[in-house]
Design a protein around this ligand. Sequence first.
Ligand SMILES: *[C@@H]1O[C@H](CO)[C@@H](O)[C@H](O)[C@H]1NC(C)=O
Ligand SMILES: *[C@@H]1O[C@H](CO)[C@@H](O)[C@H](O)[C@H]1NC(C)=O
Length: 500
Amino acid sequence: MVNWRSSSHHRGSAKSKFRFKASPVSVTVYTLLLFALSIIIFIFHSREILEEEQNPFFLEKSESEKISDDQLWGASFSYGFHPCVVPTRAHKEAQGWDHYITVRSNGGLNQMRTGISDMVAVAHMMNATLVVPQLDKRSFWRDSSAFSDLFDEDHFITTLRGDVRIVKELPKELENVPRARKHFTSWSGLNYYEEMTRLWKDYKVIHVAKSDSRLANNNLPVDIQRLRCRALYYALRFSPPIENLGKKLVERLRSRGGRYIALHLRYEKDMLSFTGCTYGLTDVEAEELRIMRENMNHWKMKKINSTEQRQGGFCPLTPEEVGIFLQALGYPSSTLIYIAAGEIYGGSNHISELRSRFPNLIFKEMVATPEELKSFAEHASQTAALDYIISVESDVFIPSYSGNMARSVEGHRRFLGHRKTITPDRKGLVEIFDKIERGELKEGSLISSIIKQMHRNRQGAPRKREGSLPGMKGRGRLRTEESFYANPFPECICSSKTHS
Ligand SMILES: *[C@@H]1O[C@H](CO)[C@@H](O)[C@H](O)[C@H]1NC(C)=O
Ligand SMILES: *[C@@H]1O[C@H](CO)[C@@H](O)[C@H](O)[C@H]1NC(C)=O
């Protein structure tokens, strides 16, 4: 890129010097001279090209540098695609001045964010006024943040003004009227919610007890899908303290090394316990995770065979596996890696297995002062919001496991111009890791090329959202569809040709 620019610049200046020298001679002589000169220049130039081509060292070096730099950091995917969230003419305005929906959103930060965006769409479909949702204070993360601690409440209300009427609180006179309490069926579509408007005959307020996955990924009108995007990517901005610190941390990371990978290292206690993945852990650690799982009432799976989990690709990559993976992809050991995660299980013990390959690991405590992080302590959702901002802004995002955060960040990066997101093929990788462990394969160029090949089409390039897994029938099918928020293409991402 840089080379190309500087060479074209040289060419330009050479041309202008030449024009300056041309003095008024007869037109024929001038033309002949010009012709001869251009032949000379051409011969000279092509010899130079030839020399370059014949010099294998020159060619190899520049080619490999260019290719690898592009492969590692390149984000040229966005060409020809842009966000499109403007409503069509058929989009109806905010309605429902006398019907209200209250929501208790559930889950961690990203589950709540996508759930709230869905509730915006639901309120719109049901002609209702949305009361600013309550956040989950009882989830695993036990965060007491209110909506306005986490999000910019006024911005949320005004951004969506034309779509949905949103109020901070129920009007006083409705506080004590009986509400319809609903668990909306998961993955529901427009017909379902239109049907639900019959509740307005008997109630002025509907209370929604759960906000996650209440709305289908597909087969919704394009205006509903775009409303979801407006809600998530524009309206649900984090509160100013979070946005400001997030931006500062991104700047500090950039000032350290320019480019960085954000690694969502989901090697946290809850995840390992929930998935039953004990590979690489000590017996004591494995037992601790088993007991934790035993005690979690709402985790249904108690007996888990860790080996089978891992071979099926259902385990988060371990820090060591991430190290092997990144090295195989060709990232140099000097690469700056921001660890977007809560507390890594086993702390420095396990993280050292990654640090030995990539010493430039950055945790948020290294880019933020204790003073800055003070108000974030005890607020897992607010801390997760910092990680979210840093991950969306990173040059490369790599989630070591799938989940709400991984999906949300991936989708947001697609929306903003298909920024590079590398999704590890965990099943394929584990096969290779096991072969290395058994001594059947050695780390090196062969493994590197296998792993690169395996991930050629897993880097966040533009593509349509995937439908359900083949062979699935009934409502179970809906669960296996790719999440709308992991890839809002085609509804909210358009190619320049479509002009929508
Ligand atoms: C919402 O309100 C509009 C305009 O009053 C009306 O045409 C439409 O049928 C309503 N939709 C539902 C689902 O009640
Ligand atoms: C777990 O599964 C593996 C592979 O299927 C099997 O070899 C192993 O015996 C199982 N372990 C236990 C404790 O059941």
